[in-house]
Design a protein around this ligand. Structure first.
Ligand SMILES: [Mg+2]
Length: 165
């Protein structure tokens, strides 16, 4: 896959709760892989919040199982996943597809029955596209981000301008 195709998500929504999970369920999707930071919770949070639980419930209400796929250190992500009652893959090395492949194995699902949801083009979207799962991008949950993410957002804007999404 060429790099520009890898940077373009299959779908874009403002927030996770806007995603039509029912439509995905009706197409046979039964596994949802989530990025955490700024996708279902605040950036660098150590605990899930009410919104995080709401996002997971969206999927679980339809019988879909969820898993976190995080680049973060194992302690923080597995703590969050434990509180959410879902599985977790840490040190995912996004944009490499390894973390997503490990999650598919852990969940016992195929890429056809799985979707991946994240907020960043250069990590989440590329990892999902390289792994060959349906990849959904959401706008960042919180506006407050660390400086290097702010810098990445600038380059994301350029990619989105050219990629028209
Ligand atoms: Mg994120």
């Amino acid at each position: 896959m060429n790099i520009f195709k890898a940077m373009k998500p299959d779908a874009v929504y403002k927030k996770v709760t806007d995603i039509p999970f029912e439509q995905y369920a009706s197409k046979g999707v039964n596994c949802v892989l989530f990025d955490f930071d700024n996708t279902i919770g605040p950036d660098h949070a150590t605990e899930p919040n009410e919104y995080s639980f709401e996002c997971i419930k969206k999927a679980s209400d339809l019988g879909m199982e969820s898993c976190l796929v995080s680049n973060a250190k194992s302690g923080r992500s597995s703590g969050i996943a434990g509180k959410l009652g879902i599985k977790c893959v840490t040190y995912a090395h996004k944009p490499r597809p390894d973390g997503i492949n490990r999650a598919l194995e852990l969940m016992g699902r195929t890429k056809e029955e799985t979707i991946f949801i994240g907020d960043q083009i250069f990590t989440d979207v590329m990892a999902g596209r390289f792994a060959g799962v349906h990849t959904i991008m959401v706008e960042p949950y919180a506006k407050k981000e660390v400086w290097y993410i702010v810098l990445k957002r600038f380059f994301e804007k350029i990619v989105r301008l050219f990629g028209r999404f």
